[in-house]
Design a protein around this ligand. Structure first.
Ligand code: ATP
Length: 408
């Protein structure tokens, strides 16, 4: 079982703590630089950033910090090898999935991997996280890392529209109308079972994401993207992810049925091609649908391939988030999705100047961490602790900073 770090640190203050520091539960970034056994100034960590600090950033030094070896992500293992690997980061909304995913992508790129970071969360925040405009549904180069890093924010609405078009043309509502007209009741019943119209008109949560990921597969199938050796997914919050896991099978079955149906109809209606338009259009639609089906199968297999893929759960030290993470872990396990690491983000760092709020909050967080250690689902995962920092993590330098703390 991965043990949490016992963060017992004592500090030497070279200047009297400012009121800001002593009362604020959030500790200046300079603290973490010290925490990681380096004594840097804030400005040396972020030469290009101007961060408002009320005290000299190197005014605290760590005398002793007990950080057990288990408290390490095992980045060496993650970065080694030139074969393509996928990392999917997921968890409850707002816990820091995007920050963790973006910081991992920066770290991969800075360690020599051509890296692609993809957001499949309909509420994208990659652009905010990198402080660059990455919208548009195409690969956009991220400025800053040593090696090429590209970002892709999939537009789920657009992807769903494409899917809907292909399905409609090849057997959706168009087919139903046609069959009604032909009196093919039996086939119409079969179609009804698929509930396809319902599926596309009021898509269940997760469908967008499934289609978005299949869209990524489409990108990656093309030879010009062969260069990417690390692909990091910033996924949608837990509920969506869970439903997504069972969707590829469902969609595969649905699309498979539609294709079969289409064949039956095609042979029954060769005389009245006009119903579906040109033969060629019909074939194109079927090809498109078949491609989608293949991609869905690839997505399903990708999620379960322990050699190339890992799902990293991100959580925060609260009982609610831990419980949700436990359920997510159980579901992933049930679906045979490989999970090895659990990031506990936003942990209050140790402070010699605890206010009452900090002391209570820290105790509460420690209880949640204990909950992780005794949770049957989570206790076997590698526990990575990520501290709460006193600034918003935005832009490549900040992400690099976070990555150097989290991904060790
Ligand atoms: N360790 C941290 N210390 C300080 N701020 C953090 C930390 N981790 C994340 N944040 C901040 O919390 C906010 C939410 O983070 P982020 O967007 O990464 O979460 P998310 O889980 O992806 O959210 P959503 O579910 O809404 O997509 C951001 O403002 C981010 O800068």
């Amino acid at each position: 079982m991965a043990k949490a770090a016992a963060w017992h640190a004592s500090f030497t203050s070279h200047s009297s703590p400012s009121p800001h520091f002593s009362r604020n539960p959030i500790v200046p970034v300079g603290f973490f630089l010290s925490f990681s056994r380096r004594t840097h100034t804030l400005s040396s960590a972020f030469p290009s950033l101007s961060i408002k600090s009320e005290r000299p950033s190197n005014s605290f030094q760590v005398r002793s910090v007990a950080a057990p070896a288990e408290d390490v992500a095992g980045f060496d293992e993650m970065v080694s090898g030139t074969e393509r690997k996928y990392y999917m980061l997921g968890g409850k909304g707002g816990v820091g999935k995007t920050s963790c995913a973006a910081s991992l992508a920066v770290k991969f790129a800075n360690n020599g991997h051509h890296t692609l970071v993809v957001s499949t969360d309909p509420a994208h925040s990659l652009s905010d996280s990198f402080a660059q405009d990455l919208t548009g549904g195409m690969l956009v180069p991220v400025e800053g890392p040593d090696f090429p890093l590209f970002a892709l924010e999939i537009n789920p609405e657009k992807a769903r529209e494409e899917f809907r078009d292909a399905t409609k043309k090849s057997g959706g509502t168009g087919v139903k109308e046609f069959m009604d007209g032909m009196g093919l009741g039996m086939l119409a019943e079969q179609l009804g079972e698929l509930k396809l119209g319902e599926l596309l008109d009021t898509p269940p949560p997760g469908l967008d994401e499934a289609i978005a990921i299949s869209k990524v597969m489409q990108f990656l199938e093309s030879p010009q993207y062969n260069m990417f050796t690390r692909i990091v997914f910033d996924t949608a919050p837990t509920g969506h992810t869970l439903r997504l896991l069972s969707l590829p099978d469902f969609l595969d079955a649905s699309i498979g049925k539609i294709l079969k149906l289409r064949q039956k109809i095609a042979s029954a209606t060769s005389a009245i091609k006009s119903v579906f338009g040109q033969e060629e259009t019909q074939q194109n639609s079927a090809d498109k649908l078949e491609k989608l089906r293949e991609r869905m199968l690839k997505v399903r297999d990708l999620f379960r391939d322990a050699d190339s893929t890992e799902f990293v759960i991100v959580t925060i030290p609260t009982v609610m988030a831990v419980n949700e993470s436990s359920r997510l872990s159980a579901s992933l396990k049930k679906e045979n999705v490989p999970v090895k690491r659990l990031i506990v983000n936003q942990i209050l760092p140790p402070s010699a100047y605890d206010c009452k709020f900090c002391a209570v909050k820290r105790k509460d967080q420690m209880r949640a961490l204990d909950g992780i250690r005794s949770d049957p689902e989570l206790s076997s995962l590698k526990l990575i602790q990520s501290p709460l920092v006193d600034m918003e993590i935005r832009g490549v330098p900040a992400l690099k900073f976070m990555g150097d703390i989290v991904w060790k």
